[in-house]
Design a protein around this ligand. Structure first.
Ligand code: DMJ
Length: 667
């Protein structure tokens, strides 16, 4: 039987419903596509492209949760290794900003003729800067010029026991620039060698002038310079705010080199422009501390100028909200306006990173001493206690620690990326305290003995290196970052007569030699970002993402420390080789760039003049050719960004203030 009725009626209603839904959909489509194609603001501008790029940068995990690593690991690939490499790449990307993202073709176009040293800069087709940028640059340049005529306070070296008072002097120029630690030349060796040394110092000073002049011309007040495009480099670890990173980071090097006018320009900019107030920047606690707080503290120690103490405290106060965690282990990032802090999404389940939260001690301890406010020291003492008391697998410190639970993340250990400067700050906290912070020295010795036992190895041809360790498995690879440890082991040996002394010195010299090998095995004579050891290769990068050189200082830092401790001429020879290589491959008419591949005869440049090139690379090279009386190692200890801090009880520039009640309003 054929029946109509309710069912038939229902069927008619469906058709109307379908029509309505269809209409709604058509309207929606019209609105969406109309929005994209018809509204001039969206189509004409680059907003769609920019949004797309943001998504691209943020990565596919926005849409798709990361799959379990093991499921996607290629055959023979340890999933733990893979995960860590991704993390390291994230970290490097954060450091380098977008320079690694640029396609080689675009790079080649940007670099143009600059592939080889000495090529004609006039042919570089730099993108035309926007008119507004031009105007702003012009204004900044004019301001910088004015600054040359602005009087700066004339500061004298403090008398013994002085707590940092400002005084005047009859000969301002000399007084401002004269190194408080005395000398600067090589007065004690009046022979022909001395003349060569002086020439070399002058050469490195000229490199600093070149780097500074071009930064001033094209990026003044911005964070870093892009020498090929002759523009500021924004983004990367400093965010997009104009914090003058190169000024703050490079100023103490100018001071040490006696570059008076440049020093005045920088000081004036800091006084008039540098502030973190009223900006909403998401800053790396670690990078901001080592470069900005560290830089200001050194300038304060050198000059006694209260400006630098105020600025150091201002910056540190902005970082304090990051310490508000259940354990007191700070988060990696903090927003300067809201105080909201967080960790990197990629760091082992929301962990903080050892090399970051473990590299605050020198600056915070010294800040407490010069301000009389114990708060800063208390914050880093809390970190110390957590690390002292926590169980350490085989005596080693993993790179990740969860600030909420106080538990380790993945058991990856490294003296390179993610671990490095924690170990550095253990030894240096002890040195800075005038060798009274015995807890720090003990922690240093325990950690370094474990590292020598579990991670330091010798290659078949006798090269000493320090591997990474991942869940009991050694990865026979060393980061360029780990090259600082040659100096660290040697400094540990030279400062205490204990049963580890000889071994420390042997390992320190061995690592420094290996890092030098990684340089001289490359046609550019500059070392790669990471190098490996296997039956087939030694001290050589294998993967394309390990072959770049970004003007890093660590190898030269070890040359400098080893030179001071041994006076073995080879360290100066190696340093000079490096100067020649930097001049040949990294110098451009408008500043210094890193290289994309150190194994090419004429490598492409990366178009970034890192602020640490001025803060560290040129400073260590300059000091390598200076007399031991310039920043003597028994009076000064270098923070991890090469900003020298005075040693308590041994250095009249310590400028300790009387202790006051905590006054910080930022905790
Ligand atoms: C610097 O900012 C510091 O030396 C830091 O500890 C590691 N990385 C860079 C230089 O390579």
């Amino acid at each position: 039987m054929y029946r109509i009725g309710p069912i038939g009626r229902k069927s008619n209603f469906h058709s109307r419903e379908k029509c309505l839904i269809g209409l709604v959909l058509v309207t929606l489509c019209f609105l969406c596509f109309g929005g994209i194609f018809l509204l001039p603001d969206n189509f004409g501008g680059d907003r769609v492209l920019r949004v797309y790029k943001h998504f691209q940068k943020a990565g596919p995990e926005i849409f798709i949760p990361a799959p379990p690593l093991a499921a996607h690991a290629p055959r023979n690939e340890d999933p733990h290794f893979m995960g860590d490499r991704q993390r390291l790449e994230q970290k490097i990307r954060a450091e380098l900003g977008d320079i690694l993202d640029e396609p080689p073709a675009a790079q080649a176009a940007a670099a143009g003729e600059a592939g080889a040293f000495g090529a004609d800069a006039a042919n570089v087709q730099a993108p035309a800067p926007a008119a507004a940028l031009d105007e702003q640059l012009e204004q900044e340049r004019a301001e910088a010029e004015d600054a040359r005529h602005v009087a700066v306070p004339v500061l004298a070296a403090p008398a013994q026991g002085d707590s940092g008072t400002v005084s005047t002097h009859n000969n301002p120029a000399q007084q401002i620039i004269q190194l408080p630690m005395g000398g600067g030349g090589n007065e004690e060796a009046p022979d022909t060698l001395d003349a060569t040394l002086e020439e070399r110092r002058q050469k490195i000073k000229e490199m600093m002038e070149h780097a500074w002049r071009n930064y001033k011309l094209y990026a003044w007040g911005k964070n870093e310079l892009r020498p090929l495009s002759q523009r500021p480099h924004s983004g990367s670890i400093f965010g997009s705010y104009d914090l003058g990173a190169t000024i703050v980071d490079g100023l103490d090097t100018l001071y040490i080199m006696g570059l008076e006018n440049e020093y005045r320009e920088g000081r004036d900019w800091i006084e008039r422009k540098f502030t973190l107030d009223n900006i909403s920047a998401e800053l790396s606690v670690f990078e901001t501390n080592i470069r900005f707080v560290g830089g200001m503290l050194t300038l304060y120690a050198f000059t006694g100028d209260p400006l630098y103490k105020e600025k150091a405290q201002h910056v540190a106060d902005k970082l304090l909200p990051a310490f508000q965690t259940p354990t007191g282990i700070p988060y990696a990032l903090v927003n300067t306006k809201s105080g909201v802090a967080k960790n990197y999404g990629w760091a082992s389940g929301g962990s903080s990173i050892l090399s970051e939260f473990g590299t605050l001690h020198l600056e915070f301890a010294y800040l407490s001493d010069i301000t009389g406010n114990p708060l800063y020291r208390e914050r880093v003492q809390t970190i110390r206690q957590v690390l002292k008391e926590i169980e350490k697998p085989k005596g080693l410190y993993p790179n990740f620690l969860n600030p909420k639970t106080g538990k380790w993340g993945q058991l990856h250990m490294s003296l390179g990326a993610l671990g490095d400067s924690y170990y550095e700050y253990l030894l240096k906290a002890w040195l800075q305290s005038g060798q009274t912070d015995e807890e720090a020295r003990e922690m240093y010795d325990e950690a370094m003995v474990a590292i020598m036992d579990k991670m330091v190895r010798t290659s078949p041809n006798g090269l000493t290196y320090v591997s990474d360790l991942k869940f009991d498995r050694l990865e026979h690879k060393m980061d360029h970052l780990a090259c600082f440890s040659g100096g660290l082991f040697a400094l540990g040996a030279a400062t205490r007569q204990n049963e580890h002394r000889d071994k420390y010195m042997e390992v320190g010299k061995g690592i420094t030699n290996t890092c030098h090998e990684s340089y001289i095995r490359a046609p550019t004579q500059l070392g790669p970002e990471a190098f490996r050891f296997s039956d087939a290769v030694e001290a050589r990068a294998l993967r394309s993402q390990e072959k770049y050189y970004i003007l890093r200082p660590e190898t030269f830092e070890s040359y400098f420390v080893l030179w001071r401790l041994t006076h073995d001429q080879k360290y100066r020879d190696w340093g000079w080789e490096a100067v020649l290589a930097l001049e040949k491959h990294c110098r451009t008419p408008h500043g210094y760039c890193g290289l994309r591949n150190v194994y090419q005869q004429e490598p492409q440049k990366d178009d970034v003049q890192q602020s640490f090139f001025l803060a560290e690379t040129l400073k260590y090279l300059y000091l390598l050719f200076s007399d031991d009386s310039v920043l003597p190692l028994d009076e000064w200890v270098f923070n991890t960004e090469a900003h020298p801090l005075p040693i308590k009880g041994a250095n009249q520039y310590y400028r300790q203030a009387p202790v006051t009640l905590p006054v910080s309003n930022a905790s």
